[in-house]
Design a protein around this ligand. Sequence first.
Ligand code: FES
Ligand code: FES
Length: 185
Amino acid sequence: MKKRLISLRVNGRTHEIAIEPNALLLDVLRQDLQLTGSKRGCDDSSCGACTVLVDGVAMMACTLLVASCEGQEITTIEGVSEHGSLAAIQKAYGDWGGAQCGFCTPGFVMTVKSLLTENPDPSEDDVRAALSSNLCRCTGYNQMYEAIRAAIAAEHSAAPRSENRRASLDRTGDGARPHTSIGND
Ligand code: FES
Ligand code: FES
């Protein structure tokens, strides 16, 4: 199949890449750009392990033609660090043990990033709805939800907003740990 040259913006850098018309974004990221953080966990768009941001919106890279991404800003898990440090959600995943094998983690992190950009103060239902397309095969979801809650709290404390705080983000006595009622094993 004849290839054509496209210009692709990924994690703030522009790449000139020769692609076949039916090339998928996930394959180009992993094989052409060696950005292997995004995973292929299924072949039927059901796991979310391949989730990346396209102009800030969470999309499944395994079903996206890379040709359709020209002119858009793609962000992968490799691009979410903030000022050279782990993003709040990445740090919270580590702190709360939100991952076991970690295969699903990039997809979860990207989905959460998209959610928090769109809605900095999501309810528990919002979080559950946003993550409904992401599957984890080897751990319960409790620690993940705790990590997400911690990331939301960290972002709020970094940019304090006294109003509009959700009651569900209430903290326990010493203020260090969020409560644990969001579990969904
Ligand atoms: S690899 Fe894309 S949804 Fe599973
Ligand atoms: S931590 Fe292993 S698949 Fe989620």
